[in-house]
Design a protein around this ligand. Structure first.
Ligand SMILES: Nc1nc2c(ncn2[C@@H]2O[C@H](COP(=O)(O)OP(=O)(O)OP(=O)(O)O)[C@@H](O)[C@H]2O)c(=O)[nH]1
Ligand SMILES: [Mg+2]
Length: 470
């Protein structure tokens, strides 16, 4: 059908609407005008549809959706923090206060964990040697008992409660953070701090300029800070105590290797004027439950106005059913593999090696037909811990039999993992597509920033190809 106002095909007149034929009767004129009106209506409708499509494409081009995938503690939420810092630093810095509460909770949970484990409280109730415990906490001065420290640190239980209540205040499903739902507790590990996606917990803790002078929520948090500060020297003393270090060693517990470890920095973190550094925020541990949707608007001049939505999912096995509904509407998948987990087991199923679980997950994601047009980005994370583990003599081939007798160093092991993931992607993908692979340490701001720039370029390029701009 000729479009209104422009036509040049052989069978159609050069101008539209055409000149009226000579000798036209009244009826013929009325019919012609009616046809012309109809043709214009259809032409306008087509123009409108094309314009809407163009607008939608433009919108999609400016709005990128990214799904972060990977097992629990692979670094998904940490990667999201890096994206926020990179693209929307002002918003990121405005959330510092919320992160301070999480870091305080990480520190306090480590302290309470030590006290429980070595005193045989709830955390140590499984198979702890009672005689050793009673020695650590006996009243006899000659044994160097921890009992006085334990008494002085007991107010931290209240601080833990206050912080937990504040963080979960918007979560209708629970009065306090429900740790069991997230990951079963197991002996030798401090319990997780978890938060359900979509509860807006950061805004709960943000200092509002218009907040009333006497705000009960702020008073609570202030009280918590004061108690923590008052306990600061005792926390430092507890952590420095040889009784504690020996006790943890005897129990085979290495708190340093657990997420959210801040005991080495207790003096700084528990000080009255503590402000978290960027690194502190990246190291803070808050387990994700469900799906946290996070949209950020790029603040950089030149790119401002671009919107990025991240879906940060819980990675524990019980959380993975929530992932699929997000598959068909994302531009890119960021899959995180914690390389250092090769000698660890899943918290939710202690019979499964974490690296093996990541391989199985990767295979499932690669073979999903819903993701055939999605940009695939693989992040081999926790390079710092992998390096440290291999240097300390942990043997990679002991856990990964197919590695055989290759050198037990970072270069060879990381290259083996890279090749393995690339081969799996090639073999299991429904249709061939490019795969972008980056090695990284997500708590290192500078190197991660370089990786983010590359990820950004790859996604934008793929968006352009998908929308036929190229
Ligand atoms: N040393 C080191 N720690 C890291 C690295 N990446 C992440 N972490 C830490 O690992 C812990 C777990 O990271 P998260 O980002 O919370 O993991 P997640 O994948 O979101 O986990 P879930 O929410 O349980 O699915 C956090 O305390 C991070 O600070 C890394 O490259 N090196
Ligand atoms: Mg998370």
């Amino acid at each position: 059908m000729p479009r209104w106002g422009k036509s040049s095909s052989q069978n159609t007149p050069d101008v539209w609407p055409p000149h009226p034929p000579s000798g036209e009767s009244e009826l013929e004129r009325a019919m012609r005008l009616e046809e012309e009106r109809e043709a214009k209506r259809v032409s306008d409708a087509i123009d409108h549809a094309i314009e809407l499509e163009r607008q939608e494409l433009r919108k999609r081009h400016h709005h990128t959706r990214i799904l972060l995938l990977g097992q629990a503690e692979s670094g998904k939420s940490t990667m999201l923090k890096n994206f926020q810092l990179h693209f929307a630093p002002e918003t990121f810095h405005a959330e510092t206060e919320a992160w301070r509460a999480v870091i305080h909770l990480n520190l306090i949970r480590s302290v309470n964990f030590i006290l429980d484990l070595l005193a045989g409280g709830s955390a140590g109730s499984i198979d702890f040697d009672a005689s050793r415990r009673s020695l650590l906490f006996s009243d006899a001065p000659s044994t160097g008992s921890l009992r006085p420290l334990r008494m002085r640190l007991s107010p931290l239980r209240q601080v833990e409660m206050i912080l937990v209540q504040r963080l979960s205040a918007n979560d209708p499903s629970r009065g306090a953070l429900n740790v069991e739902e997230a990951t079963p507790w197991y002996y030798g590990r401090a319990s997780e701090v978890s938060i359900r996606g979509g509860t807006g917990w950061k805004s709960l803790l943000r200092r509002r300029r218009d907040a009333p002078a006497i705000d009960p929520r702020r008073n609570d948090l202030e009280t918590a800070r004061q108690i923590l500060h008052a306990c600061r020297d005792d926390i430092v003393e507890l952590w420095a105590s040889t009784l504690v270090q020996d006790g943890l060693k005897n129990e085979g517990v290495s708190l340093q290797e657990q997420s959210g470890f801040f005991l080495d920095e207790a003096a700084r973190v528990a000080s009255a004027d503590y402000t978290p550094t960027l690194k502190d925020i990246l190291r803070a541990r808050l387990q994700t439950i469900g799906v946290e949707e996070h949209t950020l608007t790029v603040e950089k001049p030149g790119e401002s106005g671009q919107r990025w939505t991240f879906y940060d999912v819980g990675g524990a096995r019980g959380q993975r059913a929530c992932w699929v509904p997000y598959f068909d509407d994302v531009n890119a998948i960021l899959f995180l593999c914690p390389m250092a987990a090769f000698n660890e087991v899943l918290l939710e199923d202690r019979s499964v090696n974490r690296l093996l679980d990541t391989f199985i997950l990767w295979k499932t994601i690669c073979s999903s037909k819903l993701l055939v047009n999605t940009t695939f980005i693989l992040l081999l994370n926790k390079s710092d811990i992998l390096k440290a583990k291999l240097e300390s003599g942990v043997s990679f081939s002991r856990y990964v039999k197919s590695y055989k007798s290759e050198p037990n160093d970072f270069e060879h092991v990381s290259d083996y993992l890279r090749r393995k993931f690339i081969a799996m992607h090639k073999y299991h993908s429904f249709r061939q597509r490019p795969l972008h692979v980056h090695m990284l340490c997500a708590i290192d701001i500078h190197t991660t920033s370089v990786v983010i720039t590359r990820i950004h370029d790859a996604i934008i390029m793929n968006n352009l190809i998908q929308s036929d701009y190229l």
